[in-house]
Design a protein around this ligand. Structure first.
Ligand SMILES: [Zn+2]
Length: 302
């Protein structure tokens, strides 16, 4: 109950503060309908986008970097996720976010006691600027190999901050593995939000136990659903539902209640990020929204 309340407060605050910024950040304003209710919480396309993005300041200010589980760390901003996976052979970064955030991420990596130059592989969540605009700069600073899902390659190539070409060193396909220093991340194609939206999974060890970590890709549907996008989402919802999950993460902290879970770390006790029971809540929200948009679209056609 407490968790839900805090989440609501956070969402409401962000909503008020962010509505002006959100359309600017993602290029198009999100509508305030349809309305869906999941686990007692009400959502609209606009409120979900506002919850995800926060204010412009939220997108740029670092969130305190922290250990999530095993060798997985958070190094992103208040609302744009960036994850560091640490191995004895160097590290993997998931999501560079906006190019202007790269120095912020570097500082967070260093605050945790790691070297930015130890990043050997750069992976991405999906081909939108708020998650992968900084790829070229990260590569320039670290020499990391940049790997991307084939279906997202055209959209990534179009992201060229300051005219920089988008680097891609290895093209991935559904269920390809990326291995470094004993850790393997598996790339699952979960399209819909973008053609190559990628849900990453890996196993992390903590206190002698192994946990399934899922770095979820955005399942936020666009305002207009074409038959091809409908097919993509159906496939993705089914796939995500079936993935084993003990620790759910997402490309925006709000998708996994990061701020509230982080607050729980400070209280000590068990690791708040290990929470299999809430692993699929974000999927339920987005699937409810997808169904409502589809329904609305079909009614308008009749
Ligand atoms: Zn996106």
């Amino acid at each position: 109950m407490k968790k839900m309340l805090m989440f609501t407060c956070f969402a409401a605050t962000v909503l008020l503060a962010a509505s002006a910024n959100v359309s600017q950040a993602q290029g198009q304003p999100a509508p305030d309908h349809p309305v869906v209710t999941v686990h007692g919480q009400t959502y609209t396309p606009r409120s979900i986008l506002a919850r995800n993005m926060g204010t412009e300041e939220d997108q740029t200010k670092p969130f305190p970097p922290h250990a999530i589980v095993g060798n997985v760390y958070y190094v992103g901003t208040r609302t744009l996720s960036s994850f560091l996976v640490v191995t004895p052979r160097g590290n993997i970064l998931i999501d560079s976010t906006y190019e202007r955030n790269v120095p912020v991420i570097q500082k967070s990596v260093e605050q945790l006691g790691f070297k930015f130059s130890d990043i050997k592989i750069l992976l991405g969540n999906h081909a939108h600027g708020d998650h992968q605009e900084g790829d070229a700069l990260v590569k320039q600073m670290t020499g990391a190999q940049v790997m991307a899902m084939a279906e997202d390659v055209p959209a990534l190539r179009a992201i060229q901050p300051g005219g920089k070409e988008h680097p891609i060193d290895r093209i991935l396909h559904d269920r390809d593995g990326v291995t470094l220093g004993g850790t393997t991340l598996v790339a699952h194609l979960t399209p819909g939000h973008t053609r190559g939206c990628t849900t990453w999974t890996m196993k992390a060890q903590e206190r002698g136990r192994t946990y399934n970590v899922m770095f979820g890709c955005s399942l936020r549907p666009p305002a207009v659903l074409t038959p091809a996008i409908v097919d993509e989402f159906h496939r993705s919802f089914k796939l995500v539902h079936a993935l084993p999950c003990d620790v759910q993460l997402g490309d925006h902290g709000a998708q996994y209640n990061m701020q509230e879970k982080f607050a729980r770390i400070q209280n000590g006790g068990s690791n708040p990020f290990i929470e299999p029971a809430t692993c699929k809540v974000e999927q339920e929200i987005e699937e409810a929204m997808f169904d409502a948009i589809l329904d609305q679209q079909e009614k308008a056609r009749r």
